[in-house]
Write a protein that binds this ligand. Structure first.
Ligand SMILES: Cc1cc2nc3c(=O)[nH]c(=O)nc-3n(C[C@H](O)[C@H](O)[C@H](O)COP(=O)(O)OP(=O)(O)OC[C@H]3O[C@@H](n4cnc5c(N)ncnc54)[C@H](O)[C@@H]3O)c2cc1C
Length: 414
């Protein structure tokens, strides 16, 4: 959509093919009839440092709809929750111990904030680098849970530039859009349509082929030809849609690793966290059946949801994990004992409704020397371009970087 905005403004005719019946992709949301706001299928917020997204929002004239509440993020240590939303608060985390560890934590944090040399950091794994510079206790208490949570079996393979990007590009203030991310996507779509961009919903692309001077796009409705095409799906799907890509490029797409995600959203009759915490980080070794519990209505008011309290419980999982095949009810059965740890009074009767969203493509896994694995935006097929979450590296995926790469692709296509 960001690419379409720039291309249309540059005078091109633009058609968006969207297989779903709505816009927004992984950042889309859903809504009950008695809710004023939607909730995201996969918890989402913006950082104050999301400059490309915030600049686009300003361009669209929607900046008055962005809000930055002050939620509380916490981390579990020995059965208690501790603040975890700024380097300063993290430095006070008791898991770090005292003395040298706190100093090492501080220096490592400061170094990562100040350096721009991510190319040196991508040559080593985060596991090795952190063990060496932050030390075992700081690493194991603070940073390792983040790696294990996000990357599961691949956590030892992730390069240090990923960790650098997380610390460099994220602020403690978290933002959202009044009405939810879906509202933003819908307003953006409305602006695009206003400019004359054609957005076709429920239009799944089946293949893209070069035929003489143009690219043929096959969808359920038949074949149409275009001068240029930008694909914004997962690398795996890109490989399937465009089998004529040269072997090297295809191999590069198929070798990229990623994690999936399973996120349950619950609407509850009562507030779960008595302390009003928003984001609970849970180290995997604590044995909870999910990685993060997020009480959305401790970030934005439950008034927007007709008084319902909205809670997410989610995890990053490798494809084939059993959570992908459990029914929603089976997953809830697994989760209920854990909810009671957040509030002993919690019972099944609090649950009004649940929704479970699953995706195989949630989080690219950046390995050592990853910059050489990134597929070029301009593919070897003339006129065919590709921009996905896997190419925003060294930055971690996020809507901000989707906007940035979309606009970069538009400039290249222009
Ligand atoms: C669990 C989770 C939490 C996240 N949290 C945040 C967050 O807090 N903040 C943040 O900014 N970002 C977050 N993100 C990342 C954010 O959602 C992505 O960076 C962003 O949505 C990527 O946008 P995209 O357009 O590249 O891809 P997508 O959102 O994946 O969009 C691709 C689109 O292509 C469509 N499509 C697929 N196949 C076809 C086909 N054959 N034909 C036509 N259309 C097709 C899909 O329906 C989809 O709409 C999160 C993601 C996940 C999974």
């Amino acid at each position: 959509m960001a690419a379409a905005w720039d291309l249309k403004k540059a005078g091109h005719d633009v058609v968006i093919f969207e297989s779903a019946g709505y816009v927004g992709g992984l950042a889309s949301g859903f809504k009950e009839p008695h809710w004023d706001w939607s909730v995201e299928k996969f918890y989402h917020h913006w950082f104050q440092s999301d400059k490309d997204m915030l600049a686009l929002i300003r361009e669209l004239g929607l900046e008055d709809k962005v809000v930055f509440p002050r939620p509380y993020t916490v981390l579990l240590y020995k059965g208690k929750w501790y603040p975890f939303d700024s380097l300063l608060k993290m430095a006070l985390f008791p898991g770090l111990g005292w003395g040298l560890n706190k100093i090492r934590f501080g220096f490592v944090g400061l170094f990562l904030r100040l350096t721009n040399n991510w190319r040196a950091l991508e040559k080593v794994t985060a596991d090795e680098w952190m063990m060496k510079w932050a030390g075992r206790q700081v690493y194991e208490q603070m940073w390792k849970p983040l790696l294990v949570g996000k990357f599961g079996p691949f956590y030892r393979d992730v390069n240090m530039a990923w960790m650098w990007a997380r610390i460099k590009a994220r602020t403690t203030r978290l933002g959202t859009f009044q009405g939810g991310f879906q509202k933003f996507a819908d307003l953006f779509a409305e602006k695009l349509r206003g400019l004359g961009v054609e957005i076709r919903l429920g239009a799944r692309v089946e293949s893209i082929k070069r035929e003489q001077a143009r690219l043929s796009v096959r969808s359920e409705k038949g074949v149409e030809s275009f001068d240029k095409v930008l694909v914004t799906t997962s690398p795996n799907l890109m490989a399937k849609l465009c089998p004529d890509l040269p072997e090297n490029y295809l191999k590069g797409l198929l070798e990229l690793k990623s994690m999936g995600a399973v996120v349950m959203t619950l609407s509850l009759k009562r507030r779960l966290s008595k302390d009003g915490f928003y984001w609970f980080n849970i180290p995997k070794e604590e044995g909870y059946p999910f990685l993060a519990l997020v009480e959305h209505t401790n970030f934005v008011s439950s008034e927007h949801f007709g008084g319902d309290h909205i809670v997410y419980a989610g995890d990053y999982l490798e494809a084939g994990h059993e959570y992908f095949s459990l029914s929603d009810e089976e997953l809830l059965e697994r989760f209920i004992p854990a909810f009671q740890k957040f509030n002993p009074e919690f019972s099944r009767g609090w649950v009004k409704k649940i929704w479970v969203h699953k995706t195989n493509y949630a989080q690219p896994v950046p390995l050592v020397g990853h910059s050489k694995n990134i597929p070029a935006i301009q593919t070897p097929i003339d006129g065919l371009f590709f921009a996905s979450m896997s190419q925003v590296y060294p930055w971690d995926r996020g809507t901000n970087f989707a906007v940035e790469i979309g606009r970069r692709a538009a400039r290249m296509m222009g």
